[in-house]
Design a protein around this ligand. Structure first.
Ligand SMILES: Nc1ncnc2c1ncn2[C@@H]1O[C@H](COP(=O)(O)OP(=O)(O)O)[C@@H](O)[C@H]1O
Ligand SMILES: [Mg+2]
Length: 454
């Protein structure tokens, strides 16, 4: 029998063992696996599952049009990330690090979903009494929620067939195993097999499935990445345990846009939605301190206002320190190089720290202009007034380039009371309407920043 090595983080398959996965860069994530063999004939799972898709050929025109049915989870933030609710018959993977709040979220959505739909919560991690305790802490009390604490798939399927729920929650997919497969629970083959069975159940019976997938750092169990291509939607639950708030981000969605985020705050009573994250992110901005600039970025379809902070101090080290939190490190270095070369600012002699306040991650280049402004502000010790906000990309020649969704960003900035909006030069001519009561300041290049703020 041929042996392969499979990365438990990303599912990459190689014929020899590597200490570091060439695909995803994870260390110590390879596990030995026999080449995937189909389950033995007549095995328990096959018999009980007995769920086959329709394998005939259809003309596109003959396929009846069906309306997508969506279940409202009662948490608007979560519904938006899903693209407007949980689609009937879809399979969603909810991935995140242990302790981030996945089980909490699943139980909380049961409160609303359970009003009209039958839910089966399969837990391989907690006992029924633990779940009951958590449910009462979260105030979840519904007649339609059924709990099954079981990890053996062949015992889960008969329960599923007799209960016939509308929604199945699996917490977590890595604990579910099929005893007909040899590797231990949590291995790539087991996790894929478990996911495949739940997907089959979802597609043939129109049951919606949400599977929890633990993100693991040590490679001990297969990560959610090995399942991403199999499911309809992949949601990542992000957040720093040091911050109370959590972000759910969709990275794949067959029924909605990706990069959509939902913002929550973790409290004793569970996850609370934060419908206006901008207000929270800028609520603690300091007064009269150089090195702070507001920025408006897009997260999916939503504009979010955040604060970029920069601190440039004379370095005492032979090679100055650079630190970027919430921004791309290389992007910050690029902006520093542009400012040094074009404006002659001696950042090379300074330690530079850049941070996005509140723990948000800015993933798009529209934060460049605000980063450059915060850096200049700190270097020159000039305070940027609190009612200024900026967005735009900075190029290598120091030029300011337009970014998408300018109008949405401007509207959000106006809603939050900003009075001076600094935008790339070209953006202004593309605006379809005039904005009263605010000043829209076009900039062509980084040369124009200093006159604006001083
Ligand atoms: N009794 C409690 N009071 C307040 N917060 C709690 C309590 N129990 C758990 N939590 C919060 O819930 C989090 C665990 O969430 P959980 O849904 O179990 O995470 P996951 O399922 O992602 O591992 C903890 O990190 C903690 O912040
Ligand atoms: Mg959990």
């Amino acid at each position: 029998m041929k042996t392969n090595y499979v990365c438990s983080n990303c599912g990459g398959i190689y014929s020899k063992w590597y200490g570091k996965c060439p695909d995803c860069g994870e260390w110590n994530s390879f596990e030995e696996s026999a080449e995937e063999t189909p389950p033995k004939k007549g095995s328990k799972v096959r018999k009980t599952a007995a769920l086959k898709g329709d394998s005939r050929v259809f003309a596109l025109n003959d396929i009846p049009k069906s309306e997508k049915i969506r279940y409202q989870t009662g948490m608007n933030e979560f519904d938006r990330v899903l693209g407007g609710g949980l689609v009937k018959g879809s399979v969603v993977l909810l991935a995140g690090e242990p302790g981030i709040g996945k089980s909490t979220l699943l139980l909380q959505i049961c409160a609303n979903l359970g009003e009209n739909h039958k839910i089966l919560y399969i837990s391989g991690e907690e006992s029924p009494s633990q779940i009951k305790l958590r449910a009462s802490r979260l105030g979840v009390d519904t007649q339609n929620l059924f709990i099954l604490c079981e990890t053996d798939i062949s015992k889960i399927i008969p329960e599923l067939n007799s209960l016939l729920p509308d929604i199945v929650l699996v917490d977590s997919v890595q604990t579910i195993y099929d005893e007909d497969l040899s590797p231990s629970p949590g291995s790539v083959a087991q996790v894929k097999a478990a996911a495949r069975i739940f997907i089959e159940i979802a597609k043939t019976n129109g049951i919606s499935v949400i599977m929890v997938g633990h993100v693991n750092k040590d490679g001990g169990i297969a990560g959610p990445k090995v399942l991403e291509h199999m499911v309809d939607a992949v949601l990542y639950f992000e957040g720093d345990k040091l911050y109370a708030y959590r972000i759910i981000r969709s990275v794949k969605n067959r029924f909605g846009s990706t990069n959509e985020i939902g913002v929550f705050q973790m409290s004793e009573y569970g996850l609370e939605e934060i419908p206006n994250p901008s207000e929270m992110l800028i609520s603690e901005r300091p007064d009269n301190v150089p090195g702070s600039c507001a920025v408006c970025v897009m997260e999916g379809t939503r504009p979010i206002v955040a604060e970029v902070q920069a601190l440039a101090v004379q370095s005492v080290f032979p090679s100055p320190r650079r630190l970027a939190t919430g921004l791309d490190y290389n992007r910050v270095n690029l902006i520093l190089a542009v400012l040094e070369k074009r404006l002659g600012l001696k950042f090379g002699l300074n330690d530079v720290y850049v941070n996005v306040a509140g723990g948000l991650e800015l993933k798009e280049p529209s934060g460049d202009l605000a980063t450059a402004m915060a850096l200049i502000s700190s270097y020159k010790n000039i305070v940027i007034p609190k009612e200024y906000i900026a967005f735009g990309e900075v190029g290598l020649a120091g030029e300011c380039r337009t970014v998408s969704n300018a109008e949405n960003r401007i509207n959000e900035a106006i809603r939050l009371g900003f009075k001076k909006i600094i935008v790339p030069y070209k953006t202004v001519s593309r605006l379809k309407k005039k904005y009263l009561g605010v000043e829209i300041v076009p900039v062509k290049s980084v040369f124009e920043i200093l006159p604006i703020i001083s």
